[in-house]
Design a protein around this ligand. Structure first.
Ligand code: ADP
Ligand code: MG
Length: 699
């Protein structure tokens, strides 16, 4: 069998050093195998011939068989064109070329049979096809015509004539080299039989040169199956290995601390959803296995309280707990919230961030080791090597998408037996995506908001109606509320980003001379930024003008207006996160999405979804459909392979769930990975892990 991964692409017929460099740089294609796995993004059906008299104005690509009756040159200057009058006996169409006139006229002969392929347009009752593809109508051409593949290429490649057509030719050369060689199969024959999959060799042929739509469908299915199967198998295998390696602390009881809190300090009734997720976590923590759970809950659903109660269970069992937030200001807020919740109880809570230095820091580090401190709240500072606990039993990570899998793993080493881990996120993740991103975590969902919240009203406003918007904001401020005004981060141009914000800031200061305005952006020093935020939190300022730095977690219940400028520049998830900054108190809150007048269809849809619903999961599903998974927040840092070549998590959700079960079964039947019939599978997984950086991170 052939090892294509070691054959340099420059040695393929038709490539050479120059094209090889382009292929390397532009598409990351270095070997024969890389090319083989560069799949078409679409296909055009060339399996059927049309008659000219059938053509109407709204056909996509069509194919005709006939002869060129004659050529003529028409027009002047830029209109100069070569026209070939082409007939199949049922009518005449005009084939038109604006470039390469000489070449075309020399190449194609009148009165010879050709297959012509292109997109017809009807103009003045005549049918034209501009720059058609033409092949001789011999038997060979006719017999090999199925669906024609189209490959993505970059502008740079196109300028060097390395377009889709050229790639198609290279692919033909590649298959000519391979002739009838078989590729090494990557799935076991058992899987192939059980799930009626096309064998690899056949699938690779058909993904590039499908003879008909049915074969194409089967080839795609096979390759998607394989791709998703290995992603899932990798995650499940990893989870299994972790479980075998680590036992979990057993938190068997709920004791005094939890019970006192519940009876005396809990200021309100827990929602049904809060109770349910607490139960799910209790079950994990007494199971003897390490808890690794993701808690999803929309903004304002009360995750902090859940985290606190779980931490109290750790305390009741004689362990310490630790909570980690992505920013200083969030850590501060958690610290304040939690000390307030625990008022009157003798639980020692401390805050550790980068700002805690000198004596104070020393004391904290010392009292952690002696076990005097029971709950530690902080930023990344808490996972530094200098921070040691006497017996850390639980770690809570807030706003998960800032922490990768590898960072999470680092936390386990903070105790002899790895502590339980709870990650919390307010970014609702569609089920299918979660299975890939956080496939190693069990998932709990808080799908209910505390009672009495008024849903945020969302309004779409064109930016030429600013005056009435300001009147509205002023009324809110007069009632003692506060407002956010957010500007988009323009990543391509930091300068413009700041300018946008500066202009907005000046504008707002002018419009609201009687109020104080804070300004916060990503280019400020962390300390400066946090100080300014704190002023807003303390109600020393009334309006906060900011870029998206405020996105995560800040809690200012008094703020009732969120204005998002250039809302068209934000993704749905981001809009939803930003909107979640208001509506945290008992008052009616508002979100105003400001856009320009001209909007694309896509943007219009996004804005409409925001106006229509406050449900984060609905929005996440819609986002996944509109944008595809690559752009979703958190995916880059997730540590799980996201460069899927053929499967699409948004569209192949069903298949994903199916292969996850298949992978689960296989692991159950063969937990040691020793059955000979699965040898191919384990071998291939090992190869993938060794080659794929993302995959090895979590193994
Ligand atoms: P998030 O899930 O976004 O982190 P928080 O934990 O900050 O939400 O909770 C939002 C607000 O709701 C807080 O002020 C919190 O005290 C309050 N809260 C939490 N649970 C309940 C409940 N069961 N009933 C009423 N208010 C609650
Ligand atoms: Mg929170």
């Amino acid at each position: 069998m052939l090892d294509l991964s070691t054959r340099d692409i420059k040695f393929l017929q038709g490539v050479g050093p120059q094209r090889a460099t382009l292929l390397n740089k532009e598409l990351n294609i270095c070997s024969f195998k890389d090319l083989l796995y560069y799949f078409p993004y679409k296909y055009v059906d060339r399996s059927r011939l049309y008659y000219i008299h059938e053509i109407d104005g709204n056909m996509p690509y069509i194919q005709l068989r006939g002869q060129i009756l004659s050529f003529e040159i028409l027009g002047e200057g830029r209109q100069r064109r070569l026209v070939g009058h082409f007939s199949d006996g049922t009518g005449v169409v005009d084939l038109i070329w604006f470039q390469g006139l000489k070449y075309v006229e020399g190449k194609y002969k009148a009165r010879e049979p050709y297959i012509v392929f292109g997109k017809p347009t009807v103009f003045n009752g005549r049918v034209n096809i501009a720059h058609p593809d033409i092949d001789p109508a011999d038997e060979l051409t006719l017999s090999t015509m199925g669906l024609q593949p189209y490959y993505n290429t970059t502008e740079k490649m196109k300028r060097s004539n390395l377009n889709s057509h050229a790639i198609e030719k290279l692919m033909k050369n590649l298959f000519a080299v391979l002739r009838h060689e078989e590729f090494e199969e990557t799935l076991s024959s058992r899987l192939i039989e059980q799930h009626r999959l096309m064998p690899l060799t056949e699938a690779l042929h058909n993904i590039h040169f499908p003879q008909n739509p049915e074969l194409l469908r089967r080839a795609q299915y096979r390759l998607k199956f394989e791709e998703l199967f290995y992603v899932q198998l990798n995650i499940l295998r990893y989870t299994q290995e972790r479980r075998n390696k680590f036992r979990g602390l057993i938190f068997g009881k709920v004791g005094d601390i939890f019970n006192t809190f519940y009876a005396q300090n809990l200021p309100f009734q827990l929602t049904g959803a809060q109770k349910r997720v607490i139960k799910e976590m209790r079950r994990d923590m007494k199971s003897g296995r390490q808890m690794n759970r993701l808690l999803q809950g929309d903004v304002g659903s009360g995750k902090t309280l859940v985290a606190l109660m779980i931490m109290l269970i750790a305390l009741d069992n004689g362990y310490q707990a630790c909570m980690m937030a992505p920013t200083e200001i969030l850590a501060n807020q958690h610290y304040e919230t939690i000390t307030r919740f625990l008022q009157g109880m003798s639980v020692r809570v401390e805050l550790l961030t980068g700002n805690v230095k000198g004596k104070r820091r020393e004391t904290i580090l010392r009292d952690l080791v002696t076990g005097d401190i029971q709950i530690l709240i902080g930023t990344h500072a808490v996972i530094e090597d200098t921070v040691n606990f006497s017996s850390l039993g639980l770690i809570v990570i807030d706003e998960q998408h800032r922490f990768g899998v590898a960072q999470r793993a680092k936390l386990w080493r903070k105790n002899l037996c790895p502590p339980h881990v709870l990650v919390m996120t307010a970014t609702p993740i569609p089920r299918t995506l979660a299975m890939t991103l956080y496939g190693d975590l069990d998932v709990s969902v808080i799908d209910e908001l505390p009672p009495g919240r008024k849903p945020i009203q969302t309004i779409h406003q064109f930016d030429n109606r600013r005056a009435s918007m300001y009147t509205f904001i002023r009324k809110q401020l007069q009632e003692g509320r506060q407002a956010y005004i957010v500007y988009p981060l323009i990543q391509e141009s930091e300068k413009m980003d700041i300018k946008n914000l500066e202009d907005g800031y000046l504008h707002v200061c002018e419009a609201f001379p009687e109020y104080k305005v804070s300004k916060v952006h990503g280019k400020m020093k962390v300390a400066e930024k946090e100080e300014e935020m704190q002023r807003f939190v303390n109600h020393e300022t009334h309006i906060l003008v900011a870029t998206t730095v405020i996105e995560v977690g800040v809690n200012v219940p008094n703020a009732s207006v969120m204005v998002i400028e250039n809302a068209e520049r934000f993704g749905l998830s981001q809009l939803h996160q930003l909107r979640g900054r208001v509506g945290r108190g008992a008052d009616q809150s508002y979100c105003i999405l400001v856009t320009g007048y001209k909007l694309t269809e896509d943007t219009r849809k996004r804005i409409q979804i925001m106006v229509d619903t406050n449900d984060g999961f609905e929005i996440a599903e819609a986002d996944l459909k509109l944008r595809g998974p690559g752009d979703l927040e958190g995916t880059q840092q997730s540590g799980v392979a996201f460069d899927l070549k053929i499967a699409d998590i948004a569209r192949d959700g069903q298949l994903l769930q199916y292969v996850r079960e298949v992978a689960g079964h296989l692991l159950e039947e063969d937990p040691q990975g020793i059955h000979p019939e699965n040898a191919i599978v384990w071998q291939h997984l090992k190869e993938l892990r060794s080659k794929n950086v993302n995959w090895s991170v979590i193994s």
